[in-house]
Design a protein around this ligand. Structure first.
Ligand SMILES: N[C@@H](CCC(=O)N[C@@H](CS)C(=O)NCC(=O)O)C(=O)O
Length: 253
């Protein structure tokens, strides 16, 4: 039996929900409420000591980290519709894009999301209570990110993050001039990765970079993504984000 512990259908949680839906795999959905810091609570840290979502549980085997989860599903369910090319070249291209998104896109988009959304949550907590919540965060980097969310990200880091997103948008646009999907003619885990972390919300989160004029192919690709039944099904998973904050993430369906 498959179980996915996840939050709202955006970023890392969406990145694991889409493959499950696209592959038509039955799974139990366990919602972890990030607004209530449930990811750092003892019951969840007992499942994932890093205190982050999503987490896949396959018959009691715990798999963490989205890119690993995605490839695990490809290997564990070879009869389900593939989201990874069968040939070595296709696989290498898909993995190249996954590595690019994981290393050069995810954290930079995330910084802006945290700056506009998580900061509001972090500042709404009384300082003594906030310090107690920080103590429970297992990963040093995440503890620092929460601390910074409360005090404020600095302008040069935010500007650098925007620059990284611009580079990524141009790079994806360039690729889509050559191929229909990021890794070639096949829709793959690489498309799911870029869509979940950037493609679905880039216009709303970064209105100043002018995606409409600089990346029309990216917009067409994002629309093709949204029309896929598996993507649609993932995007309508429960969203308990405060609607006032949701506007910032572009987390609209
Ligand atoms: N490298 C991890 C990153 C997971 C991650 O950053 N998850 C976020 C949600 S998008 C999270 O749990 N954030 C809450 C927190 O760290 O407190 C992966 O690919 O799964």
């Amino acid at each position: 039996m498959l179980k996915l512990y996840h939050a709202e259908p955006i970023a890392n949680s969406l990145k694991s929900l889409i493959p499950l839906k696209e592959k038509g795999l039955e799974f139990e959905s366990v919602y972890v409420d990030l607004h209530k810091f449930e990811q750092h609570s003892p019951w969840f840290v007992a499942i994932n000591p890093e205190g982050q979502v999503p987490v896949l549980d396959h018959d009691g085997v715990i798999v963490t980290h989205t890119t690993v989860i995605s490839e695990y599903l490809e290997d564990a369910f070879p009869d389900a519709p593939p989201l990874r090319p069968a040939d070595p070249v296709g696989k290498a291209r898909m993995r190249y894009w996954n590595k690019f998104v994981d290393e050069h896109v995810m954290n930079y988009v995330s910084m802006h999301g945290w700056h506009r959304m998580v900061s509001v949550i972090a500042r709404s907590i009384e300082s003594g209570e906030f310090d107690k919540l920080l103590e429970r965060i297992p990963l040093h980097e995440q503890r620092e990110k929460w601390r910074t969310a409360r005090s404020g990200f600095n302008d040069s880091d935010l500007a650098n993050a925007t620059r990284k997103v611009e580079v990524a948008v141009d790079k994806v646009e360039q690729q889509l001039r050559l191929t229909r999907w990021l890794a070639g003619d096949m829709f793959t885990l690489a498309d799911i990765n870029f869509f979940s972390h950037c493609g679905m919300m880039v216009q709303r989160l970064f209105p100043d970079i002018g995606v409409e004029t600089r990346a029309p192919r990216l917009l067409d690709w994002a629309q093709r993504m949204r029309e896929r039944p598996g993507v649609k099904a993932a995007l309508v998973m429960p969203d308990r984000t405060n609607p006032a904050l949701r506007t910032f993430t572009g987390h609209a369906r």
